[in-house]
Write a protein that binds this ligand. Structure first.
Ligand code: GRF
Length: 217
């Protein structure tokens, strides 16, 4: 069967991109990355793509007069590569309603919190400051509002009493690297559909058990 053609949008180090690259290295994985686009030239994520022989495009948003012309260039690069699914992976630009609606249900994002809690930035600092006992990550379809949209998959990690944001970020990131390839696989296997703004997954299998934090004595 033909593989789902994925375009990945990045702005930085690209560790989630790497997780997707690694997943795609398996010949049985049902998706392939056909282009990686960064709005910041020279970032490590572009090197990762090049090392994997994936075509890259740097489209510096600063070179454009406003969001629309920038997004037009991004859209052209995606179309030129025949992209079927766009994955935002640490892409730090807000997208206009026009772009988001054009790619509706073909555009996903990974966010390092359990949405709808802790949208935006400085998430891990805010989770710790709030005293939340759990955090995690969310892969969701993108809607025009920031960090909003039907949830595909979430992973949960405990927050420790003596946590610091870097430690928590690393704990969450390790789960991001599992969750994102899994979400893309489910989509590529045509097991994901959106009905009434909720994601319905064919052959849904849930993780067993529950976590309590702090643990029961
Ligand atoms: C990740 O934590 C992701 O959830 C967030 O930005 C970070 C990007 O990291 N949207 P990387 O570039 O994938 O390493």
């Amino acid at each position: 069967m033909a593989k789902l053609k994925v375009g990945v949008l990045i702005s930085g180090r690209g560790s989630n991109l790497q997780a997707l690259i690694d997943a795609c290295a398996d010949k049985d994985y049902p998706a392939e990355i056909v282009v990686v686009i960064s709005n910041v030239p020279g970032v490590a994520g572009l090197d990762r793509a090049e090392a994997a022989n994936i075509p890259t495009v740097a489209i510096d948003h600063k070179a454009f007069d406003g969001r629309e012309p920038f997004e037009e260039a991004v859209g052209e690069a995606l179309s030129a590569a025949n992209v079927q699914l766009v994955c935002l992976a640490g892409f730090m630009r807000l997208l206009t309603e026009g772009f988001v609606n054009h790619w509706r249900d073909r555009l996903i994002n990974i966010h390092p919190s359990l949405l709808p809690a802790f949208r935006g930035i400085h998430i891990h600092e805010r989770v710790i400051e709030y005293g939340a006992r759990f955090s995690g990550c969310t892969v969701h379809f993108v809607r025009p509002a920031m960090d909003d949209g039907p949830i595909i998959i979430q992973a949960v990690v405990p927050v420790f009493q003596d946590d610091d944001p870097d430690l928590l970020a690393a704990r969450v990131l390790a789960q991001e690297h599992r969750a994102y390839p899994l979400a893309v696989r489910l989509i590529a296997e045509s097991r994901v559909r959106v009905a009434d703004e909720q994601v319905v997954i064919g052959d849904f299998r849930s993780q067993d058990g529950a976590m309590i934090n702090p643990a029961p004595e």
